[in-house]
Ligand binder design. Sequence first.
Ligand SMILES: Nc1ncnc2c1ncn2[C@@H]1O[C@H](COP(=O)(O)OP(=O)(O)OP(=O)(O)O)[C@@H](O)[C@H]1O
Length: 681
Amino acid sequence: MMPPEQESGITSTPPTILLSNINRSENGSVHAEPSCSATNNVTPFLGDEKPDQPQPSPARFSLFRESLHPVTLKFEDVAYSIKLNTNKGSCFSSRKPKGTRAVLSGVSGIVRPGELMAMLGPSGSGKTTLLTALAGRLPGKISGTISYNGQPFSSCMKRKTGFVSQDDVLYPHLTVLETLKFAALLRLPKKLTKEEKIEQAEMIIVELGLTRCRNTIVGGPLLRGVSGGERKRVSMGQEMLVNPSLLLLDEPTSGLDSTTAQRIIATLRALAVGGRTVITTIHQPSSRLYRMFDKVVVLSEGYPIYSGQAGRVMEYFGSIGYVPGFNFMNPADFLLDLANGIASDLKHEDQVELRGRLEHREDQNSIKQSLISSYKKNLYPALKAEIHGNYKDPVLSSTRSSSSRGSEEWMTTWWEQFNVLLRRGLKERKHESYSGLKIFQVLSVSILSGLLWWQSDTSHIQDQVGLLFFFSIFWGFFPLFSAIFAFPQERPMLIKERSSGMYRLSSYYIARMAGDLPMELVLPTVFVTVTYWMGGLKPSLLIYFLTLLVVLFNVLVSQGLGLALGAILMDVKQATTLSSVTMLVFLLAGGYYIQNIPPFIAWLKCISFSHYCYKLLVGVQYSANEVYECGAGGLHCKVMEFPAIKYLGLDNVWWDVAALTVMLVGYRVLAYVALRMGQPH
Ligand SMILES: Nc1ncnc2c1ncn2[C@@H]1O[C@H](COP(=O)(O)OP(=O)(O)OP(=O)(O)O)[C@@H](O)[C@H]1O
């Protein structure tokens, strides 16, 4: 019998791909299956740069060779259900589960090192869900078994797995080089020097044909950057950096022209030939692309209708009575039609028995049912035997157990992670933090308030106290509303990077805090400086500095609350609504507008950081024996007797400092805990 490649007309000339050659020559452990040959008419991105561009020398690939460990992935009877909720879109509507819906049912397969497996099926058939389950990233209970070299998914396996999601989760303001450089610094082992890690990133750029756009920003939906295909390759590059033994990609070709799609699949093919296990979902591959797959799994509404050699599909479906209507039909189109329950292109076989069977398949559901039962009857037993067969799984070289935790588990030290994340955050967010709009906003408000309160003195104490209250409110609102966006916006990136074990949550969190600090402190400093001196507050450097200090303290507390609300709700809309209500309560209970609050609700001021800030600002501005002009005819009154100040009661300022300190720490701890609870483990 002919090998499947020949049956499906595939020519078998190994591609000249640097990466696979190096792996094969330098790493004896790489497993190459006989079926790993590739078509010879495909130019993958690996090493496809023009001759005048620097080509990676084989010696430079030596960084790669140690971490490739062949992985055989087996999955058997994988099933997954989602809970259905009633969602009436109201906070008050009940969200009781309405039952469950099966997304995957009894899917099995086996893919070995050196093989490229494709998952095909109509939209919504469960491809992404299966891929995510195989990548060990699917939350909830999955039934069936998924094993990696005979073992369950572990933290060790996590680091050997590359996962490229359908949506490219990348920082839009970083260039291609920066994106890959930061990923290299975070993901490559600490035994490599910084220069070696950067060299690795440069190498990936050359390999993936990204040299021309290495200094172009990645971009996003609202920011023009590299093209869709280039962005996809950057995502792939981030995963290839760690030389994953198992690479999973969700629709890497969607939205790309056929040539680019072809080159991406050729790149995957080349990576598989180099000894990796590669699995990809794909929507509608051309027959040229289809020929590059070794294995295919075809899903129909979560049920498998085929799982096995890509070159044998026609033979199999022919054997159960399904043959395409014309001879040169793209196998992928044929499979998708079948998965949709469409058999209109089928030409009836001569055999009476088969014809009879075909004529009875009138509607799509019965075709699907028939295909599912045929799979169970004809394919599943052989597949099961193969999964449980005598094939000896390669052994994962790492001796670390899945439960082992601690510093050994991380590729880089806490400090390195913090450093890289801080630099990356500053680079990515400098556009946002130092945006002209934000600076204009703060400057215009400060100048306007400076003009409104122009050289006010104690003869207008009511106005001065109002200015101090405005300080506390403006610098309560502004940082709060900036901070609530932080974690909801970064969530996809955090999930992606934490799922591949790139860094600790604590290093990310502290780096985020530290990265926000400069801007959080610069803008209020500018504001206070302008408004303080224009507004005619006490012309004393000491009092000015103390005022600034109190405002900065307030900013940090308010930012902490914003971060906590964002992290708890992880939804900008909800967090913004809650923040508005909170700040309104703080504004009213702050002690400026109302001084006769009924006792049963007076406690509100105790939880208002604006109240403490306002109290401290007034305490700093006025001394106990100070007097002000309180009426016509030069009448002087004690400042402490002024109703708004009297209400505040300026004694025990250290209690106010202590309250703000508790809030400063408390909100940030709360934000961290909320973030940790929402994290994949
Ligand atoms: N968390 C979830 N909540 C609700 N429905 C879900 C969830 N996850 C998956 N589904 C549903 O499960 C089905 C399979 O989804 P999946 O994304 O795996 O399909 P797919 O084959 O990858 O589709 P596509 O090709 O369009 O990306 C869909 O009907 C989807 O709506």
